[in-house]
Design a protein around this ligand. Structure first.
Ligand SMILES: C[S@@+](CC[C@H](N)C(=O)[O-])C[C@H]1O[C@@H](n2cnc3c(N)ncnc32)[C@H](O)[C@@H]1O
Length: 336
């Protein structure tokens, strides 16, 4: 069984490779970036080999793995699996953005590429649920390119699906991608929600995120100057304010708000001042889930300071990730 490699690999949203490398340079200066493709960066471990159970706490990564490099043929993949001692397979594309974001021709090519590797590889691997501690081979495919192969030690803190995807069943009639964003974040950070918990949601229109909170068993106070989709607004668990957060009077808010969610494009500074102003109505808040804009490299660079600012809301733990349905934003979770 081989549990380390001189190389590591991480996947990210295509276009965010620079942001990921900047984070790694700050958090893990021993990892030096090397070969990269859109949405995938490899690193040489210069201090000690990269362990299959390592996953640096980077915001922009979708997954981390010890790297075996490209494998041109199925036999090369089998040889790598045998060397490592892995009988488990995660086979997926390196870019896990929602399929609807891809052009139809690329989608078809990706489907064919995956189907071909699936046929060739799957019979040689064990199927069924993967146990904690098992070594899993990550085979990351892309049309017309040899798969890049890595491996990781499986566990609750690691990616749970091939390529770092997060499968979300989206109910019919959901009005926006906000549903996926909130559902992926709830899956990733597992806040301790109780049935009927009240969520103050800033920037709720048209209501995808609201639907996700409702599906999670919560009730929602939705704040947005734009209207909620009629079906969402009609839900008995939703109370909406047609207002900007800055115009909201804390006395208007119902008692017992447990969570604050924000997808209003607000900066950390603006959000913290808005929430401080609403303080009297937020005494029972247990945590918050915030979509923070990171439109460019400069915003990505300011992220650590923004996270510190959000931590001033009183969280004992703050974590941030760019998840598959995030685009120009990352999701930040804080729990008191
Ligand atoms: C990305 S959309 C929200 C999507 C929504 N969460 C969903 O899941 O469908 C951003 C929303 O933030 C709202 N917004 C912007 N500034 C705001 C503010 N200061 N207070 C409340 N809402 C705001 C906008 O009107 C817009 O509807």
């Amino acid at each position: 069984m081989i549990a380390t490699s001189p190389f590591a690999l991480a996947t990210c949203q295509p276009g965010m490779e620079r942001a990921l490398k900047a984070e790694v340079a700050r958090l893990r200066p021993d990892l030096h970036s090397g070969f990269q493709r859109p949405g995938l960066v490899t690193f040489k471990a210069t201090h000690s080999p990269f362990r299959a159970d390592e996953a640096p706490a980077t915001v922009f990564s979708r997954l981390w793995a010890a790297s075996a490099g490209p494998c041109l043929t199925p036999d090369a993949v089998f040889a790598t699996a045998a060397d490592i001692g892995s009988v488990r397979l995660f086979l997926g594309p390196r870019d896990v953005s929602p399929p609807e974001d891809h052009a139809p021709a690329l989608r078809a090519a990706l489907h064919d590429e995956l189907a071909g590797w699936e046929r060739a590889l799957r019979p040689a691997f064990t199927t069924g649920p993967i146990g904690v501690g098992e070594l899993v081979l990550d085979v990351l495919v892309w049309p017309g390119e040899p798969p890049v192969v890595g491996w990781h030690r499986h566990g609750p803190q690691r990616h749970q699906e091939p390529g770092g995807a997060i499968t979300v069943a989206v109910p019919a009639g959901v009005p926006s991608r906000g549903f996926r964003k909130v559902a992926e974040a709830l899956r990733t950070f597992s806040p301790t929600l109780a049935a009927g918990d009240l969520v103050l949601e800033l920037g709720s229109s048209p209501g995808g995120g609201t639907r996700a909170w409702l599906e999670a068993g919560c009730r929602v106070v939705a704040v947005d100057p734009q209207p909620l989709h009629a079906e969402v607004r009609a839900n008995a668990g939703v109370h909406s304010f047609a207002s900007r957060v800055g115009d909201l009077d804390p006395a208007q808010l119902p008692p017992g708000i447990r969570w604050v969610a924000c997808d209003a494009g607000l900066s950390a500074d603006d959000l913290v001042s808005a929430l401080n102003r609403l303080g009297p109505a937020l005494q029972q808040v247990r945590g918050w889930l915030v979509m923070l804009p990171v439109a460019d490299d400069a915003a990505a660079k300011r992220l650590p300071a923004a996270l510190q600012k959000l931590a001033s809301l009183g969280a004992s733990k703050v974590a941030a990730r760019q998840l598959p349905s995030n685009r120009g934003d990352v999701v930040v979770f804080g729990q008191r």
